[in-house]
Write a protein that binds this ligand. Structure first.
Ligand code: HEM
Length: 507
């Protein structure tokens, strides 16, 4: 009897040990650097150049690895196929597409917007306005292109206003993209005489100061700081004040003059129309006034900063790569010529320009870690166990600079995207599949078509009229992304250049 009981106990113990080993293997966490007790790997990461640090760790730990930052698991994903599995493929796509709350939650009236809100039907509806309303209402509207053309002309006049002088294009580009986003939202730009002309950038500058990791971290750990005098409270209050000015100019004034029979003036009217239609049909709507304001803030924050980053880097690269500029101008001259303004449809005949845009976004990787995603439940990815509550970094910078994919990732070489006949590579080519500046899946950039068309119009109309040259008597900073600092937003060095008019332009 005793032997039988002993046998059963041994068998049960063996089963238990086997189950433990099996569960542990099933819950195998991704590899990663060893950290220290509570702070994990926090002191091993250089916050100022985190994109570069994470790239070095990829070389050591592979395309999926884990860091611990003050108790939070950070999962770094550095391959396009892993990103597709995590963000685009069921069932993970329902679980890994949320966002972590941060100190901007109150600024957006309790996360009533897209960028930092969880995946919900309202988030999907707001995203829909970008991806379908922009082409439906605006890009097909003649008046929208006319307004944008006026802005392009003003930009060019400003850029050539000081011939033979070094200029920093940054300020002029800020005005240009502010007006472009304003036209998109409310159908008019903010002229110099408008007392509210600076409110969009005022708001965005404060917002980015607030989400700097040191400020955001302090305000999250000690929320009461926002109500006290001192630096943190000041940043917070200034952001709220600027937010209210934007809401007044872009929402309240628009709503006052909106009627159901009006010709839609911009995206804000599209939202107001939907709100009114919903209320008339069903007596309720997903789109509260606060959601529409959140939509405006997102469009300004993402639109103005991302478009500015692209064109600012483009001009710097053109200063460095005069041969690329000459090639681009030859394509512009032959397809568009000098007598008409570029049209979005010209793009399909201009593979070299397309290749330059792809290389600009690959090389610069202006949103190196996309917007971090929150994984709301446990998932298994590539055989590794990711626990619920982990933050996923879609590491676009690593993918865009993986030497195994690109061979020479640190060279700026648009030709890599062209075949031997000079045509753009097909969509299934490894290079095209691995250039994903707008990320992938349910939270991929909803403004990407607008961004592509605006960057195309801006750079072609610019080079149609002007030649960009390095500055005289001062150094041109390097454009090498390994030298950029601060991840969010990634800032390449400010620079000066010379911009001179080309001959024979008659538009
Ligand atoms: C070259 C320019 C741009 C680049 C490289 C870019 C890139 C990105 C990336 C990587 C994300 C994060 C995706 C993710 O979390 O996985 C994003 C999100 C977003 N972008 Fe863009 N973007 C650009 C321009 C724009 C423009 C012009 C707009 C609006 C007019 C816009 C609106 C947004 C919004 C609203 C989100 C948040 C979406 C969400 O959380 O669901 N972006 N963008």
């Amino acid at each position: 009897m005793f032997e039988i009981l002993l046998g059963i106990c041994c068998a049960l113990s063996l089963v238990y040990v086997f189950l433990c080993i099996w569960r542990r293997r099933k819950r195998k966490p991704p590899p990663g650097p060893k950290g220290y007790l509570c702070c994990g790997n926090s002191f091993q990461i250089d916050a100022d150049r985190i994109h570069h640090n994470l790239n070095q760790l990829r070389e050591e730990f592979g395309t999926i690895y884990q860091l611990k930052l003050y108790g939070t698991s950070i999962i770094n994903l550095s391959s396009a196929s892993l990103l597709n599995d995590a963000l685009e493929t069921p069932p993970t796509d329902e679980l890994a597409n949320d966002r972590s709350a941060n100190s901007t939650s109150d600024i957006f009236y309790g996360r009533k917007h897209m960028g930092c809100a969880n995946l919900s039907s309202t988030t999907l509806l707001l995203r829909e306005f970008h991806s379908s309303a922009i082409p439906r209402y605006f890009e097909s509207e003649h008046y929208f292109e006319l307004l944008i053309k006026e802005e392009v002309k003003k930009l060019h006049l400003n850029l050539i206003s000081k011939p033979r002088c070094n200029i920093n294009p940054h300020g002029y580009l800020r005005t240009y993209f502010k007006n472009m986003c304003s036209v998109l939202l409310i159908g008019e730009s903010l002229p110099e005489s408008d007392p509210e002309k600076d409110v969009p950038w005022e708001f965005i500058d404060h917002l980015f100061e607030l989400i700097e990791p040191s400020v955001d971290g302090a305000l999250r750990a000690f929320p009461f700081l926002r109500y006290l005098p001192g630096y943190y409270g000041d940043v917070y209050r200034r952001t709220i004040e600027a937010r209210d000015k934007v809401a007044k100019r872009f929402f309240e004034e628009q709503k006052k003059t909106y009627t159901s029979d009006i010709r839609l003036r911009g995206l804000v009217d599209v939202c107001l129309k939907r709100q009114l239609d919903d209320n008339t049909k069903t007596g309720s709507t997903l789109l509260s006034d606060e959601h529409i304001k959140g939509f405006i803030f997102d469009t300004l924050a993402a639109g103005m900063t991302e478009l500015l980053k692209s064109v600012r880097l483009f001009i710097l690269l053109m200063c460095h790569y005069q041969d690329v500029q000459t090639h681009l101008q030859a394509e512009i001259d032959s397809i568009i010529g000098t007598e008409r303004f570029p049209a979005v449809s010209d793009r399909m005949w201009m593979p070299y320009t397309d290749a330059v845009m792809l290389e600009l976004w690959r090389y610069g990787s202006q949103t190196p870690l996309a917007i971090p995603h929150l994984c709301k439940k446990d998932v298994v990815l590539d055989g590794y166990f990711i626990e619920g509550g982990s933050v996923i970094f879609p590491n676009l910078y690593c993918i865009h600079h993986d030497p195994e994919i690109w061979g020479d990732p640190w060279d700026f070489r648009p030709e890599r995207f062209l075949d031997s006949r000079g045509d753009l590579l097909p969509p299934d080519h490894n290079f095209i599949r691995n250039v994903i500046p707008f990320s992938v899946g349910k939270r991929a950039c909803p403004g990407q078509d607008f961004a592509r068309s605006r960057i195309f119009i801006t750079i072609t109309s610019l080079l149609q009229r002007v030649r960009v040259l390095p500055p005289e008597n001062c150094d041109l900073p390097s454009a090498d992304p390994r030298l950029y600092t601060r991840t969010f937003p990634l800032v390449e060095p400010q620079y000066e250049c010379q911009i001179i008019s080309r001959e024979n332009i008659i538009i």
